[in-house]
Ligand binder design. Structure first.
Ligand code: ZN
Length: 253
């Protein structure tokens, strides 16, 4: 059983937490990503998710209450989702950064690094790296805890991304992908031979890397074996980059 606390920062009416032209409140982004993260995570076996924010946006839950909820529930990890700001007007600062607290455990740092790496791969935004700061919710939670700043509301380009459903889903996919990989979560459904007519003849296959079976399955079709390239390459210590425009998978080591 893995208990995952997801925290969408602020509330809809929190002062200042919005785009300079008030076209988006930070909470709208944070809460949408939190929703998609939960939607994806519950597809994995033995996972339960707790929201420490008010998902209906009825209030900005105080930080101490968020921490008490996560600690009281004995969450295994805590992920706080935010959008960044640099000053009050539009500015050039851009990119994604993930925080662990100043005295964070090794497990927190590992989680921060995994999520940050996956966020950059998934979105292609500028990598501001993993940073240390004693934000209240990550300093006072008792489990590995990180705070993600997934782009700048004060940057015109990133504000448009933060408002878009596609970007919100990418951010959620990255967070979930990093957690699944790091903690070895397994999908709920038992793997079985795919029976849809259009996929007939496809045989699902377990893929092992150095003796360990991957959560992701491969398959064999017409004598060719297909394996999940990201899972395999990352298990071997390589990096995988998907260039959607060029439809190219690039593997580097
Ligand atoms: Zn925030």
């Amino acid at each position: 059983m893995m208990k995952i606390a997801i925290d969408a920062g602020h509330g809809p009416n929190t002062a200042g937490k919005r785009c300079p032209d008030d076209s988006m409140r930070e909470f709208a982004f944070n809460a949408a990503v939190a929703y998609y993260v939960r939607e994806d995570l519950v597809k994995y076996s033995g996972v339960s998710v707790l929201f420490t924010h008010a998902a209906d946006g009825s209030r900005d839950v105080p930080l101490s209450e968020r921490v008490r909820a996560a600690n009281g529930w004995s969450a295994d990890i805590f992920v706080s989702i935010h959008a960044n700001a640099a000053g009050n007007g539009w500015s050039d600062a851009s990119g994604i950064e993930t925080f662990a607290s100043v005295n964070a455990s090794a497990a927190s740092v590992k989680l921060a690094e995994a999520v940050q790496r996956r966020l950059i791969e998934e979105t292609g935004r500028r990598d501001r790296g993993v940073k240390r700061s004693d934000f209240y919710v990550i300093k006072n939670t008792a489990m590995p805890a990180i705070l993600v700043e997934a782009g700048f509301m004060t940057n015109r380009t990133e504000a448009e991304l933060l408002k878009s459903d596609g970007y919100r889903r990418k951010v959620a996919t990255a967070i979930v992908g990093a957690i699944v990989r790091l903690y070895g979560l397994k999908p709920k459904e038992e793997p079985k031979v795919i029976e849809e007519p259009e996929k007939a003849g496809r045989l699902e296959a377990t893929v092992k890397v150095n003796g360990t079976a991957l959560a992701e399955k491969g398959y064999v079709e017409k004598g060719v074996t297909y394996v999940p390239v990201r899972a395999v390459a990352e298990a071997l210590g390589a990096k995988v980059k998907w260039d959607g425009a060029a439809k190219t998978v690039e593997i580097t080591r």
